[in-house]
Write a new protein. Structure first.
Length: 445
């Protein structure tokens, strides 16, 4: 519809101008209605002219819309027919067979399963410490004097060396006075023994002769009958003897001797300081009894073979030692849920007695028979492995008995002669073609 349509108002009513020809209606139209007619498409205007003819007004002409519609409908029909014919021809054409898709087998590193005996090894880390640390505390009062070895941190000593001395002059005088009283009492008893108890006289005379102001106090002879015992008690021999013995003990406490071969860890007091009872003087360790404390999980404890030696190694010093399991703890640590295992180290060079040395321990486990040790990377989802069966990948569930380092020990699920995949694979699935390559590098045919 290509005519130019416009509208206007006059006293006769509403009219339209179509191709410069004014057409009137006998109905009064408003501007809004004329505008709405102006916006309608050609089909609505066609309907308007049909309505005008029904009013019976003369000389009203209806434009020929058939020609206009043909210009749109015929091309559309032609296009639709062409599309239908093309689809029919395409349907008659025979589709060529698709080329059979063939996937190349995946080359994977594998090994043939061979069950046998496996000896687990438990790896643990700990520090070398003395099994016998000792804190030295003064039991007496007096001025601290030097011993036979320098009492300084880092120093070493032998068993019996004098580490420190505390002034003992006053105690020595008291001990001498007590022995003098004992000699006086014995000198009054011996004449009575010579007359009344000649069999006891020689015994107590020998004790009297060996009693000196210096040296260790001898043990007093035991009375052989009640009468001898009564004589000794009446002269206070027993009381004086025990008083002298007690002072000897006090005198010994003024000299601090090394109870073992060891080293000085700390020295709290030095020469010239005043000691009092209960004062800490220092700390020493026993270098003849060194051990390593290893925290192990509860699972590892059940695999330990306590009869076999333990291998200890220091990566810093590049040295190795042998040790043995001294004892296993019976309490679980609340924080770490581990149990301590104490390994004694065999005495060797000077490095084997370095307190605090960090060591790596390899503890032999109980031997397992008819099991397979496979790389940890061959395990999927914790308990699955891939096998190659008839040239295809197959997934199988296995029972893992122990995980250690980069390998795991499989107890059940694998059979002798199975081809086990031992490399990490991604994007694979069961049934995929695969070709094994043994660890030696030869392709398994």
């Amino acid at each position: 519809f290509s005519g130019n349509v416009s509208g206007s108002l006059n006293h006769h009513g509403a009219g339209f101008l179509y191709d410069d020809e004014i057409i009137y209606t006998d109905t009064a139209f408003t501007d809004s209605k004329i505008k709405s007619f102006y916006e309608y498409n050609g089909i609505l205007i066609e309907a308007f002219y049909i309505l005008l003819h029904r009013t019976g007004k003369p000389n009203y002409e209806r434009p020929d819309m058939t020609q206009k519609l043909k210009s749109f409908v015929i091309p559309a029909v032609v296009l639709i027919l062409a599309f239908v014919i093309m689809q029919g021809l395409l349907g008659l054409r025979n589709e060529p067979d698709k080329k059979a898709q063939t996937s190349r087998p995946k080359i994977v590193t594998s090994e043939v399963v061979e069950p046998g005996e496996v000896k687990p090894v438990i790896i643990a880390y700990g520090r070398l410490k003395t099994a016998q640390p000792v804190v030295i505390t003064s039991e007496v009062n007096g001025t601290i004097l030097k011993g036979t070895v320098p009492f300084q941190p880092g120093g070493t000593f032998r068993k019996g060396d004098v580490l420190l001395r505390i002034d003992d002059r006053q105690v020595k005088l008291e001990a001498g006075s007590a022995r003098s009283d004992l000699l006086t009492a014995l000198s009054g008893v011996l004449p009575e023994f010579k007359v009344d108890f000649p069999e006891a006289y020689e015994t107590y005379r020998t004790f009297f002769d060996k009693l000196h102001f210096e040296g260790r106090l001898q043990q007093i002879p035991e009375p052989h009958n009640g009468q001898v015992k009564m004589f000794l008690a009446r002269f206070n021999v027993f009381k004086l003897y025990f008083a002298a013995a007690n002072l000897d003990i006090q005198l010994e406490k003024h000299t601090i001797r090394a109870p073992f071969h060891g080293a000085i860890v700390s020295a709290e007091q030095r020469e010239g300081a005043t000691a009092r009872a209960g004062l800490k003087l220092g700390e020493i360790i026993n270098l003849e009894d060194m051990e390593v404390e290893l925290p192990l999980s509860v699972e590892d404890i059940r695999w330990i073979d306590t009869r076999k030696p333990v291998r200890l190694r220091s990566e810093e010093l590049r040295r190795e030692w042998r040790g043995k399991i001294n004892r296993i703890g019976r309490a679980i640590d609340d924080r770490t849920q581990t149990i301590p295992v104490y390994i004694g180290i065999e005495a060797g060079d000077s490095y084997s007695s370095m307190n605090g040395l960090f060591l790596r321990a390899e503890i032999p486990g109980k031997s397992l028979t008819d099991v397979i040790e496979v790389p940890r990377k061959a395990l999927y989802e914790g308990n699955y492995v891939y096998l190659i069966d008839d040239g295809k990948l197959q997934q199988r569930q296995v029972e893992v008995w122990r995980r250690q380092g980069e390998s795991v020990i499989v107890g059940n699920g694998l059979n002798r002669g199975d081809t086990l995949v031992i490399e990490v694979m991604q994007g694979v699935e069961t049934g995929m073609p695969a070709k094994p390559v043994l660890k030696q590098g030869a392709v398994d045919k």
